[in-house]
Write a protein of this length. Sequence first.
Length: 319
Amino acid sequence: MTQAAAIYGSTGSRLSTIPFSHPDRVPAQRNIRRAWHHFWEFKKDKEKTSEVFRFFEHLPWLDMPERVRNFLSTDHGKYVFETEPFLPDILDDHEMLRREYPAGSLAHEYCDYMEREGLSAAGLVAEYDDFRGERPRLDDQIEWYADRLRDTHDLLHLLTTIGRDTLGEQALGAFVFKQRPSHGHLILGYAGAAVIKANVKTKAPVMRAIHDCKQAGKACEPIAEQSIRELLAMTIDEARAFLNIQPVAWYQKCQSIWAEEGIDPLKILANDAKASIYRKDTVPSPDELSRGPSVFAMDDKSASENAPGEDAGTPRERA
């Protein structure tokens, strides 16, 4: 008998007591108009995480319940469900992580990153609870999986080298599309890059960066379905190799260009950004953008370009 089967078969196991889907759970539905409104609100201030939650609420991953059912039918899925009930309890206990995991491990890298950025997993939970308002939490297996999608967000920033700047948040959305295929991730990525391209005076290839991150993410294993405890015990390079995380050279190219242009990527589209980085033309409205050419179009030449500093046929190295 496997360890997962032994846990699952024991009296009082979480899988035997927590329902797959709560009786009050309503099937997710798309509402593009409302999603677009919340995208525009997030564009004004990237720290308004609640607007991202609202955006994805209206452009949900409709097949997620079936994905959760399939994952939890495996021994590995059962084991992760039983042993990692709530990730913030692990990820925010930096004292435990530094004590129980060796120096040089992903655990230590993660603690350093979160402390340097002033972040916590509990902070994202609080943002989500604020977004949910008076609506009750539906404690079921689907909610557990959704929590892991949220709670691994900053861990993915660290592992992918995609930053927390405006383009970075959009690029990470494109990166995770394969493992959580809500089209909201692509809209957030491509439309967000289109807004940057339309309003910021820069030579940075922002659209190419989004497309490159989307392509790189195709090979990545879904992090929500991994044992985070086991990942934290690896070095960061071992974790990247285990998850098959590919380099994101075009995103890094944008960062280099902005450094040369004197543009702070964290202030792009922020209310306190220097006005000199913006174009003089009027910021396009959602309606105007919707009438323009498709931001999803990538011509053959663009799609076949090599990564910055790369010859054809040469394997890419991490940027």
